[in-house]
Ligand binder design. Sequence first.
Ligand SMILES: [Zn+2]
Ligand SMILES: [Zn+2]
Length: 172
Amino acid sequence: MPARTDSFDLGRLRLTTGEGRRLALEVALDPLQFGGTTYVTTPPAADATLDISRTTHNGYALRLRFDATLGGPCMRCLEPAQPALSVDAREVDQPGDVEELRSPYVTGDVLDLRAWARDALALALPAQLLCREDCMGLCPVCGTDLNAAGPEHAHERAPDPRWAKLSELKLD
Ligand SMILES: [Zn+2]
Ligand SMILES: [Zn+2]
């Protein structure tokens, strides 16, 4: 089992320009806020691959890859959903006077792996988290789960709010 790593000291690798290293690490995955709901990853950590390359002028080119499964309600039918996500993120930290390019996750030689993993996971989210791609959601009229009710589920006619108002009138 690789060690759980929240921050990683890149300087420790003592890489020279053009040199690279591939590491297997375990990253903690914090719960994710999405659409007003909290999604928890299961398990709350992932086996990650971190590629580190030393660029010229003391810079780093970084690549982080891991898979994660989220747990939370389906956005259409509210049943439990377990969307699986693949994360493949890249960062460059290049100090320099002219073309400086700093990564928000690198301070000095230390990489904030936990913060990067959290943001990379958020960026990998699809527009909707669903229990399955073709989830039919809830009936807009009565709220029945259409996945369970099947395609035959239908109403004679959607209640017209004008008729509802009329039926409330008390006629003497
Ligand atoms: Zn669903
Ligand atoms: Zn219905």
